[in-house]
Structures are given as structure tokens and as C-alpha cells.
Design a protein around this ligand. Structure first.
Ligand SMILES: Cc1ncc(COP(=O)(O)O)c(C=O)c1O
Ligand SMILES: N[C@@H](CCOP(=O)(O)O)C(=O)O
Length: 463
């Protein structure tokens, strides 16, 4: 498989190089040059397969020829062996029509582990026997950071610098990052929002000198390998609910548009998806874009679903590119200079075929947490609650199964869950003595010079 940039001016790369590179050199994002196609028979043949075998079948076309089937199987077995549930991403039925797809059984309790456990192993595999040293720079609103740090802490050949918005992640999220004291882990709390952190990360990639000198690499969903790994659970869940013989809808709590774009990829590969519900909190740029064509970023409003407090959704560019059928360089540059753009008619009409959207406020979110607890016996986290509220309001035909992606364990947001439901979720034993451990992080202003200066003092420059 070859990959090309959404902005049309970077070299095409194979899977190995796309994984190690992150952002394309023209500022765009890498996407496959063609979508692999799964026939109804191919999809039916996934019935009864384990998560690992499903992952191998779904991802193989994306990694060929850089990984063999056996190498991919070995990596998946190792990555998903760390999950606390035998099904890796189990489905839980909550009423006649609705299911939760629990994506939080990995080591750091959020859906990010599904992709990042694999990505950590891919880095190791692709770096083995080379003298390369990667400097991973990442931005997190709470969950990517801990999952990425868990995946690469202590690994040879990699340093990770993770930027989070100071005071805007939950205490569990912060401690999951800052109590990892491995020497290759560097946590930075920035004085700003997640959007500021993400913009700084992209600026570092766009600085050819800095990016080349420190061999930057990405763990955010700008890295294609992240999304590829997330496509798997759409297949796994849909097959269990009757695909390819019946279509399934998914409701996806959305911020950076990575998780729901993985659902779009599954649909492009042939999985019968009736609808993808893009569920946002009050930071609703994506809801405005999909319902009215207006992609304009305001300022971020902090909410009790902080991982989705995002106004500039990186992966939306991948969708716009696919719907436009070619480079979106001008459209994206326009957005970068004005923080606003209109979707073209082609993009709006294309998106409407598969997507619907909703923005859920604090009342809607709290009500969904209460409903799930009282009516379905499920304690869910605020992000999942936003997905569930949007699923329940989407007006989907009664014979379509609707799966809400349960993106985080409720214990990560135990104060918000307790406020809404009166139930205080227990932190699972597998994350251990989190509140006794020592924290280590530095606080910096959200400026390019401050962050790059900090990294330059600590990272390995190319010889
Ligand atoms: C718990 C949780 N839910 C939902 C999201 C949104 O996912 P995405 O950014 O892929 O849209 C995030 C952050 O990415 C998250 O951490
Ligand atoms: N919600 C995310 C934000 C970063 O998104 P990513 O999927 O691009 O890594 C987080 O928890 O950090």
C-alpha cells in the first residue's frame, strides 16, 4: 500500500515510512492511495474470529508489503494480550436497539490503547537494527498522552514529549502521564488549550529544520497507523451484530475526528454502516460543519468531557480530501489563516450520505449518564454519555442496531460521573497506586520558542 498527502505536494510513502513520519512534509495528512475492498463474503468470513484474527484480516492490506501476515499477527497478539477483557472490545447491549462498544479495557482505560499499544510495537519493529532515534511530539487533551506514554515508556530509540493543557485534564488523566518517570518520558503542561498544543505540534513538524534535526514522529491521530488500528473494531462489532447481512449504525463521541474517520474508512472498505453519528459536546465545530457546512473555530469551552474540548479537528481534513477527490491544500491554508471555511457542495452532499451529527450540552450529557445507570445498570463516562445521548436522539430506524463507542472508563472522570449519578466509579486495580506515585512535569508557555527550546535541550539530535 502506498500513501499520499491530503495536500498533494509531499512524496508518496509506504506503510513503514508513514508510521515513522507522522505529518506529511507539505503540512497534510497521509491517506491510502486506494481503499482496500472487502466483499460481503470477505466480511462474512470474519464471523467467529477472535479480535486478533479480525485485526490481522482488516489491517493486512494497509501494511503490505512492509509487514508479513505473520509479523502483523505477532504484533497484534502482543498488543491485545495486554487488554483486561478476552474480547478486547466487548459489546454490551443496553436496550432493544442500543449497544455500547467498550473500548476501555486497555492499560490506560481509554480507546487510545487499541491503537497505541500497536503503534508502540510498530515503532520498535521498524527501528530495530537501525541507528535511528525518534523524538515523538504529541498533544493531548488527556487520553492520547497516557496511552502513548504507556506504549513507549522505557523503549530504546524513542523519546516522547507530551503537551497537555494545564488544569484541563482530569486528575486521573494527568497522573497517568506524569507519574511515569522513565527517562525517555517528558510531560509538559502548557498554558493554553488542547488546540494550542496541537497547533504547536503541527508547527514543529512544519519546521523542516527542527523536524529533520530531531527526527520528529507522531502518536496523535495525524499518524495514519492510529486510525488503521481503530478501523478494526468497527468490523468486529458490526459482524457480531449481523453484518454483512444487516447494516449497523455507530455513534461516536468526537473531538479530533479520528475515531469516527476510522468508521468512515470501514464503510469505504465495504462494511455496511447505516449511519455514523458524530457526537460533540458544546465545542461543536464538527456539528456545525456537518449540519450547515460552516467549519469555523471559536474558543474552546471547558466541559466535563475534557478530552473532546477541541475546536480544530485534525482528521476532518482527511474526510474533506476524500470527498473532494483531490488536494485540499488551498481550503486548509485558507482555514489556517482565518480559522474559518465553508464546505463545498460536493463535500456537504458526500458527507450527508453517511454522517449525521449532534451537539450535546451538560444537561444532555448528565441525563444520559443517569439514564444508563438507572435504566441499563451501566456506569458510563461523560464522553460515552455524549455518544449515547446523540444516538438516542438520532431518530434511526428501529430495526437498525446502534452502537455507541464507549471511549473511556468511567473511573477516569470519577468526579463528573459521581456528580451526575451519585456513583463514584472505582479505579481498576490494573492502574495500581496511581495516587501514591510521585509526579514529574514542567509547565511552559504555549509558544513555539519555549517548547522547541525545551525539547532541543533534552532530545537526541541526528549525528
Ligand atoms: C474519551 C474520549 N472520547 C472521545 C474522544 C474523541 O475522539 P477523536 O479525537 O478521535 O474524535 C477522545 C479524544 O480523542 C477521548 O479521549
Ligand atoms: N482526545 C485526545 C486528543 C488528541 O487526539 P488524537 O486522537 O489526535 O491523539 C486526547 O485524549 O488526547
Amino acid at each position: 500500500m502506498q500513501y499520499h498527502s491530503t495536500r498533494g505536494a509531499a512524496p508518496s510513502l509506504g506503510f513503514r515510512d508513514v508510521t515513522l513520519t507522522g505529518l506529511a512534509s507539505d503540512g497534510g495528512l497521509y491517506v491510502p492511495t486506494a481503499w482496500p475492498s472487502f466483499s460481503a463474503a470477505d466480511i462474512a468470513s470474519l464471523r467467529g474470529l477472535s479480535y486478533v484474527e479480525t485485526a490481522v484480516r482488516v489491517m493486512l492490506p494497509f501494511v503490505t508489503p512492509d509487514l508479513s501476515e505473520d509479523e502483523l499477527r505477532q504484533l497484534c497478539t502482543q498488543a491485545y494480550g495486554r487488554f483486561a477483557h478476552a474480547a478486547v472490545t466487548p459489546l454490551v447491549q443496553i436496550d432493544q436497539q442500543h449497544w455500547l462498544l467498550e473500548l476501555f479495557h486497555g492499560p490506560t482505560l481509554a480507546f487510545k490503547d487499541v491503537a497505541l499499544q500497536l503503534l508502540g510495537l510498530l515503532f520498535e519493529k521498524f527501528l530495530a537494527g537501525t541507528n535511528q532515534h525518534l523524538t515523538i511530539v504529541g498533544a493531548t487533551s488527556g487520553d492520547t498522552g497516557s496511552a502513548a506514554i504507556d506504549a513507549v515508556a522505557g523503549r530504546i530509540g524513542v523519546d516522547i514529549f507530551m503537551l497537555h493543557p494545564r488544569g484541563r485534564v482530569s486528575d486521573v488523566q494527568r497522573r497517568q502521564m506524569t507519574t511515569v518517570l522513565a527517562p525517555n518520558v517528558h510531560n509538559i503542561a502548557i498554558e493554553g488549550s488542547f488546540d494550542d498544543a496541537q497547533a504547536l505540534v503541527k508547527a514543529m513538524f512544519n519546521d523542516a529544520d527542527f523536524s529533520g534535526r530531531f527526527q520528529l514522529s507522531a502518536v496523535n491521530s495525524i499518524n495514519w497507523a492510529r486510525l488503521m488500528a481503530q478501523v478494526v473494531y468497527y468490523f468486529y462489532a458490526a459482524v457480531r451484530l449481523g453484518a454483512p447481512d444487516r447494516a449497523v449504525a455507530f455513534s461516536v463521541p468526537t473531538g479530533n475526528f479520528g475515531d469516527v474517520f476510522a468508521g468512515y474508512v470501514a464503510a469505504r472498505m465495504g462494511l455496511p454502516i447505516a449511519k455514523l453519528v458524530v457526537a460533540t459536546n458544546v465545542n461543536d465545530i464538527l456539528h456545525r460543519a456537518l449540519s450547515a457546512g460552516d467549519y469555523s473555530a471559536g474558543t474552546v469551552t471547558p466541559t466535563a468531557a475534557p478530552s473532546m474540548d477541541i475546536q480544530v479537528s485534525s482528521n476532518f481534513e482527511r474526510l474533506l480530501f476524500d470527498l473532494a477527490g483531490g488536494s485540499v491544500a488551498d481550503q486548509m491554508r485558507g482555514f489556517e489563516s482565518t480559522r474559518a471555511m465553508q464546505l463545498t457542495n460536493m463535500q456537504r452532499e458526500g458527507a450527508a450520505k453517511l454522517f449525521t451529527s449532534d451537539a450535546i450540552d451538560a444537561d444532555g450529557m448528565n441525563e444520559a449518564m443517569r439514564w444508563a445507570c438507572a435504566e441499563a445498570g451501566q456506569v458510563i463516562d461523560p464522553h460515552t454519555a455524549i455518544g449515547l445521548a446523540a444516538a438516542q436522539r438520532a431518530g434511526l430506524a428501529a430495526d437498525v442496531p446502534v452502537v455507541t463507542l464507549a471511549t473511556a472508563h468511567p473511573a477516569k472522570f470519577r468526579d463528573a460521573v459521581e456528580r451526575a449519578t451519585g456513583v463514584r466509579p472505582q479505579v481498576p486495580g490494573r492502574i495500581g497506586d496511581l495516587f501514591e506515585r510521585q509526579e514529574r512535569y514542567d509547565t511552559l508557555p504555549a509558544t513555539f520558542d519555549a517548547i522547541t527550546g525545551y525539547i532541543a535541550e533534552r532530545a537526541h539530535a541526528r549525528p
